[in-house]
Every structure is written in C-alpha cells, then in structure tokens.
Ligand binder design. Structure first.
Ligand SMILES: Cc1ncc(COP(=O)(O)O)c(C=O)c1O
Length: 286
C-alpha cells in the first residue's frame, strides 16, 4: 500500500484566513465590495469584459444556458466524457443533450463527430476543457459558425489554461470557472461566468439575484430568477487566492503533472500538467 499522492488539496494561507475573518467582522456578508473586486480580478486575469460571481460552477453553467434561451426542443452538443453538471444544466432547462465522441488523447470533444451530430434542432455546443486541457477551440468555433450555434465553454477545471496564447474564458459566447476545493483556486463553493457580451452578463447578474433588475429596487423582479449569489466570505477568499494564482498553479503543476500524464497522456501540443507545461500553442492547468 502506498500513501497516494494528494492530487488537489486546497492551499490556504494565513493571509486567506485573515481576508475571510475581516469580512465576517465587517458584517457585510453578501452582495458587497469583495464580490465586485473578485469579479474584476477574474475578468482582468482572463482578459474579458465581464465576470459574474455565483455560488457554484453548476450555477454558472445553468445561468448561461438559461440566458441563451435554450429550452424544450433544443439540442445541445455535449462531450460524452465530463462531470455530470455539464449535462445536468441542459436537462434543467428541458433541452436535449446530444452526446459527442471524445478524442482518445485529450478526452475532449472530437470536432469531427461534433460536426456529424449537428442537426437543424441544435442550438448550442457546450464544450469542456477536461482536466484543465484546452479543447480544440478553432475546430469547435468553425463548426459553430457553419451551423449558427451558440457556444458555452465549461472551463470549470481549467482556470489559467491557454489556447494559442489566449486564456480559456475568451472562447464562445460565455465560459465558466468553478472554485470547489479541488480546483486551481478555491472559494469553498463558488463559480464564475465570464463573457464579453454585455447583454448576457446583465441577464446572468439578474438571474443569480432572484431575477431582480440591476438598477431596480429590491422588490422589482424582471424575470424568473434564482438565489445563486456568492457570499462575501467566499469572494474574499477567492480574491486573496487570486493574488497568488501563479504560485498556486505552479505548485499544483508540479504535483499534478505526473498524475495527469498518467491519466490522459501527453495530449495535443505536448505534455499536459501544470501551468504552462504544454509545449507549442496550448498550456494546461491542473
Ligand atoms: C467540468 C466541470 N463542470 C462543472 C462543474 C461543476 O462545478 P461545481 O462543483 O462548482 O458546481 C465541475 C466541478 O467539478 C466540473 O469539473
């Protein structure tokens, strides 16, 4: 028996603890400055206009599916290998997930099968960057353009990874990150929507907050919404962790690289593993 390698333990510093304690003492525990600052930090890091913080990666995906108007009768192309939430969010809206084959070297969507599975009922592609390894974005976006499809990037496992020199989060209509304790960085529970689309961002902000209008009063509800809000404690932890994101990625890369390589092999573009570990035009994060 070996002790095993801890693949994905959270890395919590004294500064992280202080940041959360400060919020608890402040009394402003929800909808406050830490959430806004954390959103700005992620938007700047990823290189997008908007970031909308929510209380899980699943909530982030669900809001995008809803905001894109995906519903009954619509088909959504999803990978046949992913975390259950990537598919559950399609079912929440009574749409139909259509499973697409995956590549044997990366475990990500196979673009050739993606093109084969598109039908007149297909409304969107929900691609996943499995184990922090970028999906084949050029090929996916080509299929989307050819068939007039919306594109969601489930990048919940891939904060910091890059495709052809651009951070994941910049591809498709909107993308998501997740901050469960096994992720690149954590907020305990939490997720983030990132997008350059002003309208989509506004809708997601409203949907996460019971459907309230952004400018309206507390009792003005413009649509059917949810309570998917992130707490200020989570946001403070996230902001503190983002302050040392490169250090966190490097630490996890050296620990997770071997495990990743053993699981999925080198993948397209070189060795997968820690931040920047892929040669060529891709970099994975673990
Ligand atoms: C690919 C993928 N999508 C979605 C999620 C859902 O995130 P959460 O657990 O924060 O709801 C996860 C979480 O592990 C994930 O790995």
């Amino acid at each position: 028996m070996t002790d095993g390698i801890p693949m994905s333990a959270p890395d919590i510093s004294e500064e992280d603890v202080r940041a959360v304690a400060e919020v608890v003492r402040s009394g402003q525990l929800a909808l406050g400055p830490k959430t806004e600052a954390f959103e700005r930090a992620i938007a700047e890091y990823v290189g997008v206009e908007h970031a909308v913080a929510v209380n899980s990666g699943t909530a982030a995906l669900h809001l995008i599916v809803g905001a894109l108007g995906i519903g009954p009768g619509d088909e959504v192309l999803v990978p046949s290998f992913t975390f259950a939430a990537s598919v559950n969010v399609v079912l929440y809206e009574r749409a139909t997930p259509v499973f697409v084959e995956i590549e044997s070297d990366t475990y990500n969507l196979d673009p050739e099968d993606l093109a084969r599975k598109a039908t007149p009922r297909t409304k969107a592609i929900l691609a996943v960057d499995v184990f922090g390894h970028p999906a084949d974005w050029d090929a996916i976006l080509n299929v989307a353009e050819e068939h007039g499809l919306r594109v969601i990037d489930d990048s919940c496992e891939a904060l910091g990874a890059e495709y052809r020199g651009r951070k994941l989060g910049q591809f498709g209509d909107a993308a998501t990150f997740a901050f469960y304790p096994n992720k690149q960085m954590t907020t305990g529970e939490g997720g983030m929507i990132v997008t350059d689309d002003d309208g989509l961002a506004g809708q997601c902000r409203s949907l996460r907050n019971q459907g309230r209008g952004e400018m309206g009063s507390w009792l003005e509800h413009e649509r059917l919404g949810y309570n998917y809000r992130m707490t200020e404690m989570s946001a403070a932890l996230g902001l503190s962790q983002m302050g040392r994101i490169e250090e966190l990625l490097a630490k996890r890369g050296s620990r997770g690289g071997d495990v990743h390589r053993a699981a999925v092999g080198p993948g397209r573009g070189g060795a997968a593993g820690g931040a920047g570990a892929c040669a060529g035009e891709l970099s994975s994060t673990w």
